[in-house]
Design a protein around this ligand. Structure first.
Ligand code: NAG
Ligand code: NAG
Ligand code: NAG
Ligand code: NAG
Ligand code: NAG
Ligand code: NAG
Ligand code: NAG
Ligand code: NAG
Ligand code: NAG
Ligand code: NAG
Ligand code: NAG
Ligand code: NAG
Ligand code: CA
Length: 561
């Protein structure tokens, strides 16, 4: 391990060796912290299989922008030279956080990569954007907004690659990105703007098209308000269970996994649950593993009503304005109804809907520019939601929307992209990713026919829906579903060894149907899985199914990529 002094020298040398960098950044040597870590163990996670015996240098330092006197903290984990495999990895965050700290950095170690993360200039690695976004009511902190939008991750990558070059005395290394959710949006923010800075990227469930995505979080509650029906979480859980059972076999294998939510959407209606009995015990934690609500709920008992079914069906159908035009996509059937979670009012004995979470935060902080934890749902209509989506689309077109569909820089540089999305994601609809993939195809290959354009795209950018998976993780409700635990390994294999992942490796992490640990393959979109005889999976083309992933958003008067 290098000592503190030499790291400091490497750092300053690396940055000042580059005249361009030295003009823009000033690194504070006094901010440097360095500690060697040996024999470190990383536990398995959905992101990687885990690893032990790791030796690395744990480094933090701060930099400021010339003329700004600001403080941006960077954090690097640098594998020992013996364990370094000639890779750099940029990592991102989740929610309104730009970092996932040691969880993200661990990914680098697993793949022998020097890895880095940034605090975005938000005042430390535990602060998120919400703590700095508002300077005063009505004044957005645009420096911080741009930092979060794309600037900080870019600078992390520029400085991190420079540092890696000096520290290992090599300019021959590959550069990667990995992130999911907001971390996925951050990945696309780079792939769309700084296409040549990576050789490969592994991106999951990106929180892009953010104006639509964040407002969508209010949609399920607004459905309840509009229909004036507030189902207990138990009633919606029953509808979800029925849906899993009804749609399981549509993919040709009865395994508790709905691998074809598109067929489910076409063939199943929530009305099928009307009259079915449900009961749930009182709870102080999620009654359905992985689901919400986390609040205390009394025991619930009843039969699914027509109103309850109508709420569920509308949530699946998506957001339509008062003229009947579609404004946005929504969650696939079999996604748990997290955003629809009602709370129990102990005084009235009734369930009610209250706006909460990131949807509320987005409307108040980003659109209204106020600090408030309250957003009365009473007068919020489908049109209100649609208008908020449009407002945010314009206001944050260059920072948060992150759906620029021309990736020619990334492509022409020879880089490879694997994009995955849990088909049953209850937080970011998987159709959101399918829409973007389709947009990139149409923008980049306007003169090729359908088959040609998908083939051209797939030479360097592949999209995989992950049957049965939730948000950036397997779904506890569909435990037999496979999860692509080593997406970055597949990206690396593609970039460094030319192994084209025609189908993506995925592993059943927890199973009763087949033995845990069994490998399965995922079909590359637009092909979809279909099993024969419960045993053999094929990847098939099905136009009616495909059309369900990319509906026309005719309520929005300009292209939504
Ligand atoms: C490394 O840690 C493992 C436990 O994780 C331990 O069994 C082993 O002895 C350690 N090795 C060294 C060299 O300290
Ligand atoms: C790495 O350094 C940071 C900042 O000094 C510290 O908070 C963290 O605990 C260190 N992690 C390890 C694994 O040593
Ligand atoms: C920079 O900020 C620090 C505190 O954050 C302050 O002490 C210092 O005076 C500032 N320098 C300039 C040139 O504004
Ligand atoms: C839904 O299915 C899960 C798993 O089988 C079960 O634990 C839960 O009680 C069911 N919920 C309802 C409301 O039937
Ligand atoms: C549901 O109602 C039945 C009949 O009233 C009762 O026996 C049972 O205990 C109730 N279950 C729950 C979970 O409340
Ligand atoms: C409702 O209030 C009663 C009496 O205060 C309490 O025993 C019960 O736990 C409360 N139920 C919930 C769901 O909070
Ligand atoms: C579902 O039931 C409602 C009445 O509860 C009815 O209006 C609606 O048409 C039904 N939908 C389908 C697809 O059958
Ligand atoms: C303005 O900000 C203050 C302090 O954060 C807050 O108390 C007040 O409610 C805000 N005003 C509005 C209109 O939200
Ligand atoms: C909703 O609108 C009605 C009628 O315009 C108004 O009286 C009421 O105050 C509004 N409620 C909220 C919570 O804004
Ligand atoms: C994918 O799985 C196959 C075995 O089915 C294995 O040979 C290959 O190395 C795996 N690829 C990656 C990138 O892990
Ligand atoms: C289906 O499975 C049965 C029993 O395992 C087998 O006899 C039959 O040949 C299989 N059919 C096909 C088309 O694979
Ligand atoms: C598939 O498996 C299920 C459950 O074991 C069984 O009921 C069904 O008959 C099987 N279907 C075929 C075509 O083998
Ligand atoms: Ca199935």
């Amino acid at each position: 391990m290098m000592m503190l002094l030499s790291i400091s020298a490497v750092l300053v040398a690396g940055v000042s060796a580059s005249a361009t960098l030295a003009n823009v950044f000033s690194i504070s040597p006094t901010s440097l912290t360095v500690n060697p870590v040996t024999n470190y163990t990383i536990a398995p996670s959905p992101l990687y299989a885990g690893k032990s015996g790791l030796d690395f240098c744990n480094v933090t330092f701060a930099y400021s922008h010339a003329g700004l006197n600001d403080t941006n903290n960077l954090w690097f984990w640098l594998p020992s030279p013996a364990q370094f495999q000639n890779r750099w990895l940029t990592t991102g965050g989740g929610g309104l956080s730009i970092t996932s700290g040691e969880r993200g950095l661990s990914t680098g170690l697993v793949y022998g990569a020097a890895a880095g993360t940034t605090d975005g200039g938000f005042g430390g690695f535990s602060n998120d954007l919400s703590s700095v976004l508002l300077l005063a009511n009505g004044t957005l902190n645009y420096e911080m907004l741009f930092s979060f939008g794309y600037r900080a991750i870019h600078e992390l990558t520029v400085l991190g690659k420079e540092f890696t070059k000096s520290y290992y005395s090599t300019s021959k290394f590959y550069s990667y990105y990995q992130g999911c959710s907001e971390g996925g949006r951050e990945g696309f923010s780079q792939v769309q703007r700084y296409g040549s800075q990576f050789d490969g990227a592994a991106i999951g469930a990106p929180a892009f098209r953010q104006a639509f995505q964040q407002v969508l979080h209010l949609f399920s509650n607004v459905v309840e308000v509009t229909k004036n029906y507030y189902p207990s979480p138990c009633e919606l859980e029953k509808i979800n269970n029925d849906t899993l059972a009804a749609c399981d076999g549509l993919d040709g294998r009865l395994d508790g996994v709905v691998s074809r939510t598109d067929l489910c959407k076409l063939q199943h209606n929530a009305n099928a649950s009307i009259g079915k009995k449900y009961s749930c015990d009182a709870t102080s934690s999620p009654s359905f593993p992985g689901g919400r609500p986390s609040k205390r709920l009394p025991a619930a008992n009843g039969t699914v009503t027509a109103e309850g079914a109508a709420v569920a069906q509308q949530i699946w159908d998506g957001l339509f304005d008062s003229k009947g035009r579609q404004a946005y996509v929504s969650f696939q059937p079999t996604a748990t109804f997290d955003d629809a979670a009602t709370t129990f009012d102990n005084n009235t004995g009734k369930y009610t809907a209250t706006a909460s979470g990131i949807g509320l935060q987005y409307v108040n902080l980003f659109l209204k520019e106020i600090n408030s934890n309250s957003l009365p749902l009473a007068n919020i209509t489908y049109d209100t939601l649609r208008n908020w989506m449009l407002e945010g689309m314009q206001k944050f077109a260059d920072t948060l929307q992150t759906t620029w569909p021309d990736l020619e820089d990334f492509h022409s540089h020879g880089a490879k992209l694997i994009h995955i999305h849990g088909e049953s994601d209850p937080s970011i609809p998987s159709a959101s990713s399918a829409m973007y993939y389709n947009s990139v195809r149409k923008i980049m290959y306007p003169n090729q026919n359908f088959n040609q354009s998908y083939a051209s795209l797939q030479e360097w950018y592949k999209f995989f829906l992950v049957p049965g998976a939730a948000h950036c993780s397997p779904s506890p409700g569909q435990p037999n579903g496979p999860f692509p635990q080593n997406v970055l390994a597949s990206v690396i294999d593609w970039v460094e060894n030319g192994v084209d992942p025609k189908e993506l490796n995925a592993t059943v992490l927890d199973s009763s149907y087949v033995s845990t640990g069994i490998d399965q393959k995922l079909c590359a979109f637009p092909l979809r899985p279909l099993w024969t005889n419960n045993t053999t999976m094929g990847c098939v083309y099905d136009q009616a199914s495909l059309d369900t992933w990319t509906p026309r958003l005719d309520s929005i008067p300009l292209p939504v990529y």
